[in-house]
Design a protein around this ligand. Structure first.
Ligand code: BES
Ligand code: MN
Ligand code: ZN
Length: 496
């Protein structure tokens, strides 16, 4: 989809479809009012028939509006208040995007962003609207034998802004949305890729290809023998049952000045999680191909940063493994030594994410990070606690936790902090090693983070548990691209 911004007035747009907002109780936005005047009150007459009442997210497509230069009008509900609530604006954008995706028009002009949104500027409004529109164009059909043409009819979308003063901010918002969408698309593509194709070596190849595309991105891949030398006994124990060799992928983006300490992102890259010897039940096991969505989000975030040329230093570390049962696989009861020299008794081979992350987190120290954020589909317990809408956030640093929380709010890619208090640590006690890799049923998301916290004491660190948000199940099964919007918002904020 070709998407652009321009200055203009709604009533002057010659377009197959004009998009304008209305509020509840038949109140009109500025652009809707202009159309109403143009049609000598015709729009109000139509609205009064009551097919749309302005609730956020309602839409109505009106064909053939008399006297108007646009052939159709898409009305979009914005909610009850003239200062639109942030969540209502998002609903309106998503609904408009959906209506345009199914409407059949090849081009459209939208003035949705002419309204006031509580405490938001035009950059945010255009970015949010563009993100919704771009998201609807995603399709994953690489493995459909009959080449399906794009189902999305819309080829060209113009986002109108009322005045010249707002244009440069609007352009910036659009550029951010496009770059972030490019990152989200990569994240979704990697997540959706079948696990017989997307194995650790495939992820390493993808990283090397990305490195070839951008001067400022350097990629390095460690083999199992390298990891052995570094003492990564925990990471290596996870892939022992797999025919696929583990890889430790590092992508280094240097957009900032030399002395600037990097942000390090660590993404869980379990390309398939059977549970290992602690085998998972069969139902929905296919969805464990998404167990590398943390890694995929690190790919997507790096790509978006490269596209925008952000003035930051950013390192992505991806421990990539496949967790399989086998005669050579790790057993419950095995004890391994981590790169940090701490020992772990593996009581459940299905708690493998933390076993690869702990060594990657120790490895992260070598980059002298300003902060480290790991992203992982780590615990089913996180879905119990927060559902499918919200990532779990745990951190050893309040300012980092607050910054990530705020980034979630601004981007709509929300997270919520859970405590990392000492009381929980003793659930990890082991009779035979420094710690066990599971902490029992209560507070499973917290005890998983407690495990990681033992490897992150030398820097400011946060953990995002994306088990609930990284993909959708059912007939909409597929990767969501989260938490790329959250991470990008955090990184953009650091550039301010
Ligand atoms: N990848 C899973 C977590 C997961 C499960 C994410 C379901 C999304 C949906 C992880 O490796 C895992 O198996 N965790 C176990 C930990 C337990 C053994 C302590 C879990 O959550 O059951
Ligand atoms: Mn598991
Ligand atoms: Zn897993």
């Amino acid at each position: 989809m070709d998407i652009s911004v321009k200055i203009g007035q709604a009533e002057k747009q010659k377009t197959p479809c004009l998009v304008v907002g209305i509020y509840e109780k038949n109140k009109l936005s500025e652009s809707a009012e202009a159309i109403n005047n143009l049609t000598q009150g015709g729009l109000r007459t139509i609205i009064k028939q009551g097919d749309i009442d302005g609730k956020a997210g309602q839409t109505q497509l009106i064909p053939l509006l008399p006297n108007a230069p646009c052939t159709r009008l898409l009305l979009v509900g914005l909610g009850s208040t003239k200062t639109v609530k942030e969540a209502d604006f998002r609903k309106a954008c998503d609904a408009a995007a959906k209506a345009l995706a199914t409407g059949g028009m090849e081009s459209a002009v939208s003035f949705l962003s002419d309204v006031n949104v509580h405490k938001k500027d035009v950059l945010w409004k255009i970015k949010t609207e563009a993100a919704s529109m771009l998201a609807t164009t995603y399709q994953y059909n690489y493995y459909k034998s009959k080449n399906e043409p794009s189902k999305h009819p819309l080829k060209k979308l113009t986002l109108g802004v009322g005045s010249r003063t707002r244009l440069s901010l609007a352009k910036e918002g659009l550029a951010q949305a496009i770059a972030i969408d490019t990152g989200i698309t990569l994240t979704k593509d990697l997540g959706n890729c079948p696990p017989n194709i997307c194995h650790p070596t495939y992820l390493a190849e993808q990283a090397l290809q990305l490195g070839n595309r951008f001067d400022k991105l350097n990629v390095d891949v460690l083999e199992e023998s390298d990891m052995q030398k570094l003492g990564m006994g925990s990471l290596l124990s996870v892939s022992k049952g797999s025919q696929q060799p583990a890889k430790l992928i590092t992508m280094q983006y240097t957009g900032g000045k030399k002395p600037q300490k990097p942000v390090v992102l660590v993404g869980k890259g379990v390309t398939f999680d059977t549970g290992g010897i602690s085998l998972k039940p069969g139902a929905s096991m296919d969805e464990m191909k998404f167990d590398m969505c943390g890694a995929a989000s690190v790919f997507g975030t790096l790509l978006a940063c490269c596209e925008l040329g952000l003035p930051i230093n950013l390192v992505g570390i991806i421990p990539a493994v496949e967790n399989m049962p086998d005669g050579k696989a790790t057993r419950p009861g095995d004890i391994v030594t981590t790169m940090s020299k701490q020992t772990v008794e593996i009581l459940n081979t299905d708690a493998e994410g933390r076993l690869i992350l702990c060594d990657a987190l120790t490895y992260a120290e070598k980059f002298d990070p300003d902060v480290v954020v790991d992203v992982a589909t780590l615990t089913g317990a996180c879905i119990v606690a927060l559902g499918k809408h919200t990532s779990g956030l745990l951190s050893n640093d309040d300012s980092l936790a607050n910054a990530l929380f705020d980034a979630g709010q601004r981007s709509g890619d929300k997270c919520w902090r859970l405590p990392l208090w000492d009381e929980y640590q003793k659930q990890l006690d082991s009779n035979f090693a420094d710690m066990a890799n599971i902490g029992g049923a209560p507070a499973g998301t917290i005890t998983a983070a407690c495990f990681l916290s033992r490897f992150t004491e030398n820097y400011r660190w946060a953990h995002l548990d994306i088990a609930g948000v990284a993909w959708l199940s059912g007939n909409k099964k597929g990767a969501t691209g989260r938490p790329v919007p959250l991470l990008m918002d955090y990184l953009l904020q650091r550039c301010q």
